[in-house]
Ligand binder design. Structure first.
Ligand code: ADP
Ligand code: MG
Length: 683
């Protein structure tokens, strides 16, 4: 074993960009693919589309200027010839590729104007004796300024210099029939020529499986360790006192569904524990999560602790504020409102009430967790539509939790709510540190929303339909399209649509709400719509989450083909909340892309959010469903939770076993895979 050579600071900075902070991280930086320089292909046998290595003599070399400056060479071997072309080249390359030189070139073959050619092949000068490589050449993920050659050298050095201990206990290794760790790393960094390139590409080779298993195991361990650490920290125990909660239940115009009762029980048990709990409450749009949140809040309040309820948009936060004020003020509890757009003076006033502990319930946007806000004794933080929050906001919430003014050591409990169900494999991996509750039934008496797909050519009929509905006392939403993700264009479209509908229906009271409105204005419009002073509400997608106006029974979604499945499902969930039969019209414009057609079909055929989320996972992959978790949680580099579900299952079991029987091994795993990431793991 040789002593590791020093790495230059500039190189270190580049390595850091690749997530390589320790020399040992180099070992886990595995190839994306390989180039085969272990044998030579006779030119007469090569086919367009193949990536091959050929060797021959340069028989022609010139710089042409049309259509642009190009170095064009002809390479000939015993049986054939092909062209090598370089659009950007150095004088040294031109010299290297002079006539009569022996060259070895590797690249993709394609059919050019003059016959077979390689564009920008990798070339080197050789003679008859130059040996071929004995192993496949790894191609690593890299970053600007760090060449493959330099990276290969660093990794090869690390492989030689560093010990690679086997952390998996022998018994486990044998039972699972996995390849050794060191052996797998060596193989993946330089596979010999006889290894099936298919098994490397598809990552099904036993060496890949071992690495993926280890990665999944490390993720499981970190999730569990986090869960366990949490259970060693302290939080206020907030047992049910049944005083306020019973009073609220008695005043409600409905009784809780079975599913609501079940999750309320789970949350209530959480709050009773003397350590901080984190629960994710999943329930489809309209399943009644708000009342569950209110009951949880009351349990904390009954114990004299403060509660913060945070929602991702002002409109939604405002609705929660109104609804909870309505529910709780008869009990003598007055929530305080806080959002970024409050006047400075009002913000200060709210902050004071929160800091003094005078208010027990604060409702608002992420402004609740900004630096100036200090809670007196925060017992529970509730985050609605948690997938809509960014990582920064979750970090802020986390930090705030650790910073109760009076009880420095005590953290609040956390309840997160979402209408986006998580498929099983995601729940088993990225969400493994959370407890999950599901509301799996809708309140009774809902008539399912009828969905209609209507081509834009029939827009006039839709107008008439809207008018007719409003004239009979119903209320309607007109949702304006997304335009190239541009808020400016979306706003412009909303303004124009509002004008058009106002002009078309002089007999109707038409309102407008959009994201760029100041919040007082937004609230004024929503309140007017809720009070049925407005009959038709033109809206941008700001109403996507949480808006609850039971009397609204018609929704038109303009250019529905531009929206994603989750968004369409959320929007449609804004109607069908009262007893009237509701209708959702998806206006679409042809021609439809394949993807848009599939989405519209799925939303037309399904009303169940879970089924829709499953389809969404198929269409988009897990990345987007992860939402806010995505950049916070240790992302898997090699394993694919769906394709490697069997490994994931095993890793779950082994994680328990290591923590129980081999704590040193567990620690070594976390050190190897998570040393840097641990801080960011759980936001
Ligand atoms: P979401 O889960 O989408 O946040 P909400 O909490 O906004 O759903 O509830 C949707 C509507 O259903 C609200 O008007 C709410 O008052 C009502 N609701 C909630 N629970 C019940 C129930 N058990 N029975 C009848 N209506 C209910
Ligand atoms: Mg909601």
């Amino acid at each position: 074993m040789t002593a590791p050579a020093k790495i230059a600071p500039a190189t270190l900075a580049k390595l850091a960009k690749l997530g390589i902070h320790h020399r040992s991280d180099l070992l886990l930086h595995l190839p994306l693919r390989y180039e085969d320089e272990t044998h030579l292909a006779p030119i007469e046998t090569v086919q367009p589309g193949e990536t091959v290595q050929v060797q021959g003599t340069i028989t022609h070399s010139e710089i042409t200027f049309r259509p642009r400056r190009t170095l064009a060479c002809r390479l000939q071997d015993a049986g054939g010839e092909l062209y090598l072309r370089f659009l950007n080249f150095y004088p040294s390359q031109q010299k290297q590729l002079a006539v009569d030189r022996q060259i070895r070139a590797i690249g993709e073959v394609r059919m050019g104007y003059y016959g077979l050619e390689m564009v920008h092949p990798k070339c080197r000068a050789v003679d008859e004796e130059t040996p071929l490589q004995t192993s496949l050449t790894p191609v690593y993920p890299t970053t600007a300024g760090l060449s493959q050659i330099a990276l290969r050298k660093l990794i090869a050095n690390a492989l030689e210099a560093l010990p690679i201990p086997e952390h998996l206990p022998k018994l486990v290794l044998e039972r699972l029939n996995l390849a050794g760790f060191a052996e797998s790393l060596h193989l993946l960094h330089s596979p010999t020529a006889d290894i099936s390139s298919h098994s490397l590409e598809t990552r099904s080779h036993p060496a890949w499986r071992r690495i993926k298993f280890d990665e999944l195991l490390a993720q499981q361990l970190s999730m569990r360790v986090h869960h366990r650490e949490r259970s060693q920290r302290s939080a206020p125990a907030l047992p049910p006192r049944k005083h306020h909660t019973d009073a609220l239940l008695k005043n409600l115009p409905f009784t809780l569904t079975q599913a609501q009762q079940k999750v309320c029980g789970e949350i209530s048990a959480d709050l009773t524990k003397p350590h901080p709990t984190q629960r994710l409450l999943l329930g489809d749009v309209g399943s009644g999560k708000t009342i569950v949140a209110a009951l949880a809040a009351l349990q904390a309040i009954e114990n004299g602790y403060q509660v913060a309820l945070m929602a991702p948009t002002e409109i939604l936060a405002e609705q929660h504020f109104l609804k909870l004020s309505d529910w709780l003020s008869p009990l003598g509890i007055t929530p305080v409102w806080l959002s970024g757009s409050l006047k400075k003076k009002d913000k200060k006033l709210a902050a004071e009430k929160i800091a003094s502990g005078e208010t027990l319930l604060a409702i608002g946007t992420h402004a609740l967790f900004q630096e100036q806000i200090n809670f007196h004794r925060l017992g529970l933080a509730i985050v609605d539509e948690q997938h809509k929050f960014g990582v920064q906001q979750r970090l802020a919430l986390h930090a705030k939790g650790k910073n109760n003014a009076t009880e420095k050591i005590s953290e609040p409990h956390q309840l997160m709510m979402s209408a986006t169900p998580i498929p099983r494999t995601l729940a088993m991996s990225y969400y493994a540190d959370l407890d999950v509750s599901v509301i799996d039934e809708l309140p009774p008496g809902r008539t399912p929303v009828i969905t209609k797909l209507v081509s834009d050519a029939r827009r006039d009929e839709v107008f008439e339909r809207v008018r007719a509905a409003c004239m009979t006392g119903q209320q309607a939403y007109w949702v304006c399209p997304l335009i190239d993700e541009s808020e400016v264009l979306q706003l412009q479209n909303a303004l124009e649509t509002h004008q058009l509908l106002t002009d078309t229906f002089p007999e109707l009271r038409v309102g407008l709400v959009h994201g760029k409105m100041d919040s007082a204005e937004k609230v004024r419009v929503m309140t007017a719509f809720k009070a049925a002073e407005l009959q038709l509400l033109v809206a941008t997608t700001v109403i996507e989450v949480g808006v609850d106006v039971p009397n609204a029974s018609l929704m038109v979604i303009d250019h529905a083909e531009r929206m994603g499945l989750a968004q369409l499902h959320q929007l449609r969930g804004r109607v069908g909340r009262g007893s009237a039969q509701s209708l959702c019209i998806l206006l679409y414009q042809k021609p439809l892309s394949e993807l848009a057609r599939t989405r519209l079909k799925v939303i037309f055929e399904n009303t169940d959010g879970f089924a829709i989320a499953q389809e969404d996972l198929q269409l988009r992959g897990p990345g987007e469903l992860l939402g806010a978790r995505q950049s916070g949680v240790a992302m898997l580099r090699y394993a694919d939770i769906d394709a490697d579900e069997d490994l994931l299952e095993q890793a779950r079991l082994v994680a328990d076993e290591l923590l129980r029987d081999y704590p040193d091994a567990a620690r070594a795993y976390l050190q190897r895979w998570m040393a840097k990431k641990h801080d960011y793991l759980h936001v």
